[in-house]
Design a protein around this ligand. Structure first.
Ligand SMILES: Cc1cc2nc3c(=O)[nH]c(=O)nc-3n(C[C@H](O)[C@H](O)[C@H](O)COP(=O)(O)O)c2cc1C
Length: 206
């Protein structure tokens, strides 16, 4: 059977896309001593070497309104450009009142607009979070996953990771002090790497 021309083009694009793969990290907390920021540092440390990380900041975004759609502010254009430049996006979020923090939702809304210019579409994404409580951000992650689904992001659905944060679990330099947790998070990042490659193979970046 003849291979359609579009398939040949896709194969060339995949070969051109070599490591490092740039992961944009979005930390769902604005707190200075955020435990999720600590978790993000730990994930970076145990990740496959083909990954390179940068933080996508959203703290300076105003509250979104569609009044901005006709003339997006520079800070929002920069945010969207950072998302667009990432090969994959990793959300590391706390749970606030059984959902994601408002500032994170605001950032996701900015990324999704103006209509037809959704920065999250087809983006390989991963979701993880830490809380002091026993459910380890499970409800926040469900809420985030619903939003990412609607926005057509390509989510890693398994493994899931709900981290119960205890004092001393992660040191300031990102070292994980518990072997079991370290192995779990290392596996999570390996699977996220596989997921990213799989998505980029099927849907090469524009
Ligand atoms: C406004 C607010 C709401 C919270 N709601 C929840 C919650 O629904 N579930 C939970 O497990 N922890 C909740 N917590 C506790 C957080 O898990 C804890 O503050 C954690 O440190 C937040 O992560 P961060 O340090 O990365 O911001 C809440 C904390 C705040 C400040």
């Amino acid at each position: 059977m003849r291979i359609p021309a579009t398939v040949e083009i896709m194969q060339i694009e995949i070969l051109e896309h070599e490591p490092p793969y740039r992961v944009g990290v979005i930390i769902g907390s604005l707190a200075r001593e955020s435990i999720n920021r600590k978790l993000a540092g730990a994930l970076e440390k145990v990740a496959p070497s083909e990954f390179e990380f940068f933080e996508i900041s959203y703290a300076d975004l105003p509250l979104y309104s569609y009044d901005y759609d006709a003339d997006y502010p520079q800070v929002a254009l920069d945010f969207k450009a950072a998302v667009a430049s990432a090969d994959a996006v990793l959300f590391v979020t706390p749970e606030y009142n059984r959902s994601i923090p408002g500032a994170l939702k605001n950032a996701i809304d900015w990324g999704s607009r103006p209509w037809g210019q959704n920065a999250w579409a087809d983006k390989p994404t991963g979701v993880i979070g830490a809380s002091a409580g026993a459910i380890g951000t499970a409800l926040a992650q469900q809420s985030l996953r619903a939003t990412l689904s609607f926005l057509n992001a390509r989510q890693m659905t398994a493994p899931e990771a709900y981290i119960r944060f205890t004092p001393g679990l992660i040191e300031a330099d990102g070292t994980i002090t518990e072997d079991r947790t370290e192995a779990f998070l290392r596996n999570f990042m390996e699977k996220f790497f596989e997921h990213t490659l799989r998505v980029l193979t099927v849907i090469p970046r524009p």
